[in-house]
Design a protein around this ligand. Sequence first.
Ligand code: SF4
Length: 388
Amino acid sequence: MTQLFGYNGKIAYIDLSNQKIDVKDLDPKIAEKYIGGVGLSAKLTYDLLTDKDYEILKSDPFAGINPLIFATGPLTGTATPSSSRYSVTGISPLTRIWGESTSGGFFPVILRRCGYDALVITGKAKEPLYLSVNDGDISFKDAENIWGKNTRETIELIKKKLGDDKIHLACIGQAGENLVKYAAIINDEGRAAGRCGLGALMGKKKLKALVVKGKKTIEYYSKDELISKGKDSLRNIHNAFAVNFFSHYGTLIYSDMGMVLGDIPANYFTNTEFVAENLTGRALKEQYPVLKYACAGCTIGCGRTTIIEINGEEVKVDGPEYETTASFGPMCGILDFKPIIKAHHICNLEGVDVISGGVSISFLIYLVENKIALDEIKKKYRILTWRK
Ligand code: SF4
């Protein structure tokens, strides 16, 4: 067999219905062709599902055959800068076609060190559970007492239960449990795999969280060359003009650029001109104490934590990111940071995709302001009625 460098070389197939685990070798040809992350997951999904399965999933994306796949790539957690990223994929409960989402933080690096290149999760658990992957050992753990908790509570409770403050996990909040079709998966408290409603798929499987721990090292073809290429990338990153802006202002820097380009829609896509000088990265720093953070191995550090008072208490809130600012801000006709930051916090706690969340609310505002009944829209636009 060809030696596989840069990979764990193992895929774990986890059947929640029967609590069975089947570990298979990663085919080197598949690794070479599809690389890792989303590419590998797409191939694994394609091989797993028959045409009949796809037909079933078109009418019921929550069917147990829908594979929820967590995967990393060969560069995840290496000397390559900003490479702490994982993907999560499945047939989207929202669109009923292929769904993929990615997230950063520290969770991806540890997921990679667990000993698998991908975790393929099928079936549905009878009772809420969470999965623990610890240096190759996979176990099913009772999640009865954390079902119903928000993402921060879930993270704290699992850490306490395991008596380990250092573990990393990805979990869902009440949105995923209640099958909100744009529910997100939250890791490291504020990082989100938000798109395509894969948090709802996790909720339907009654999978509250994925807890990872591991120290597995990967064998590389040439570690020296990998480090040297990593250094080159780092030089290129720091020579790039735009990177400095991301470093100083986080993703909010795009609010400024987007406004100039007319790329930030407002008032439910009916307007692109608005005064948003209060919604820039610089404005955020002027209005609130803002801390900076980075994903593992990243020197850019676009992450932001804002300190804000909520109900008389000082709370550390992740973000707000550009996406939340755009969707809960101008799209909803709001040009003030405070409600946007609060909305971002609520979305992270409940596990809601901030983009779909903000846009849905802006749509509701549009209907109310224009006195349009939802039934009228349904009749007029087939797009809202083609699904049940
Ligand atoms: S901190 Fe920002 S730039 Fe750095 S890896 Fe994370 S998401 Fe990417």
